[in-house]
Design a protein around this ligand. Structure first.
Ligand SMILES: NC(=O)c1ccc[n+]([C@@H]2O[C@H](COP(=O)([O-])OP(=O)(O)OC[C@H]3O[C@@H](n4cnc5c(N)ncnc54)[C@H](O)[C@@H]3O)[C@@H](O)[C@H]2O)c1
Length: 399
């Protein structure tokens, strides 16, 4: 056996003490990649992440939790001096999963420090800032990416396979049901951080979920041309992490219709104040002339036109058809790895080997734009067109 060449990639992980940062990005992605021996790029080459866990002292929660995470993960390097680490050339990549209000400032700083950047969605709170991050990164000639994890969920990969094989015929409509009951936090502890329910802290289901619908719709079905959205704050008061009662200032539900290319209509209901009687927390039904499918996070059911029952409306008798019985489960054609980890591996291949990676800050800005237009539509009580965000060339003179 020949020698294995290892490409070490220093990664600054900011916001790693948070829910997404610790669970999805650190423990289930970076630590797993290290444990599996890196990302193999050829028979004798691997990419090995070399992370440093960081968190500013402006969140008093950070120091003790960085130490705890370091022990838990086995990642020895950690620091509360984020600016200092940004100046260190041993770490060419900056990752950000801080709460959204902090993203623009810190991703901008990382680009100014000439780092390649990868970040959670939404990439900013306004389209102007999100697009600016894209422009800054392109002009600095750094590589950039945005988390679009749902694209690699098993259920979505199965849906994509059905589309690619022509299963649906002409696609007519897409119906998404997203949501579950998020406890108010008094009797049962809330499952989500309280900032999500305060607009002033970057909360709101529209800014949280529309970036996901943006890339899912565009990657699977076509460009989103217009949105018609009605939001709501159904639950007015909740209890925070310290048991204090607070006013909910952000939307916790949205009922939105999207107009896509090719006359496809997509409608998504999103709510943190609903109870689940469907197969999963997110289900997406696609209806086409030749068949339909319902995808959840992992599974996907199909019904072809030839297997479609012929219901007749008659509420006077019990239905002779068991509708849920008439669907076939799409088999697992492969092993499915964690979606966040798969995207991290692709991002690392892009950094080291320059392999294509199209989930960049322009795509991130499109997600923020869809949310912003959703809010505008709700406010105006009318449908709103989505203007195109232009791509610009990358300046690679410095690299
Ligand atoms: N891809 C997805 O499916 C998905 C799911 C949930 C959340 N997110 C996104 O991930 C990001 C983080 O969400 P989360 O649920 O992990 O939030 P969280 O509240 O659990 O974590 C927030 C992180 O930001 C840091 N932070 C917050 N305020 C700070 C301050 N003043 N000073 C220094 N550090 C500060 C915290 O220390 C923590 O590390 C958000 O932008 C959210 O939209 C993405």
């Amino acid at each position: 056996m020949g020698n294995i060449k290892t490409h070490k990639v220093g990664i600054i992980m900011n916001g790693v003490t948070g829910r997404m940062g610790s669970n999805q990005h650190l423990m289930r992605s970076i630590v797993e990649i290290i444990r599996q021996g890196g990302v193999k790029v050829s028979p004798d080459e691997v990419i090995m992440p070399d992370p440093i866990l960081v968190g500013s002292l402006s969140d008093p929660y950070n120091p003790a939790n960085l130490e705890r995470l370091s022990k838990l993960s086995g990642i020895e390097k950690y620091s509360t001096d984020v600016e200092g680490v940004l100046a260190n050339p041993d770490f060419p990549v900056y990752f950000d999963s801080q709460s959204t209000t902090r993203r623009f400032e810190w991703v901008s700083k990382a680009i100014a420090a000439n780092k390649h950047v990868y970040c959670e969605k939404p990439s900013a709170l306004t389209t102007e800032e999100a697009y600016k991050l894209y422009v800054l990164a392109q002009k600095a000639g750094v590589k950039h990416g945005i988390v679009q994890d749902k694209l690699w969920l098993p259920g979505i990969l199965k849906l994509k396979m059905l589309i690619d094989t022509g299963f649906f015929g002409r696609i007519l409509s897409v119906r998404g049901e997203f949501g579950y009951w998020v406890f108010e936090g008094n009797n049962v502890q809330s499952q989500r951080p309280s900032w999500n329910y305060r607009k002033e802290d970057g909360g709101g289901i529209i800014i949280d979920m529309f970036p996901h619908w943006s890339y899912l719709l565009e990657n699977l079905f076509g460009k989103v041309k217009a949105v018609c959205c009605h939001g709501a704050t159904h639950i007015k008061k909740r209890w925070d992490e310290n048991g204090n009662l607070y006013e909910c200032t952000a939307d916790d539900a949205a009922y939105a219709t999207f107009e896509l290319d090719e006359e496809i209509i997509a409608h998504f209901n999103c709510s943190w104040a609903t109870r689940v009687k469907r197969d999963d927390l997110l289900t997406i039904q696609v209806d086409g002339t030749k068949g339909s499918a319902v995808a959840g996070l992992r599974n996907c059911f199909i019904q072809s036109s030839a297997a479609t029952p012929r219901p007749v409306w008659n509420p006077d008798v019990e239905s002779p058809i068991d509708y849920s019985d008439e669907w076939t489960l799409v088999p697992d054609h492969q092993e499915y790895d964690n979606a966040f980890k798969l995207q991290w591996e692709m991002f690392l291949r892009y950094i080291v080997k320059d392999l294509p990676f199209r989930w960049n800050l322009l795509e991130g800005a499109k997600g923020v734009q869809l949310a912003e237009k959703g809010y505008e539509s709700w406010e105006k009580r009318s449908c709103v067109d989505i203007p195109e965000l232009k791509s610009i060339p990358q300046d690679d003179s410095e690299h």
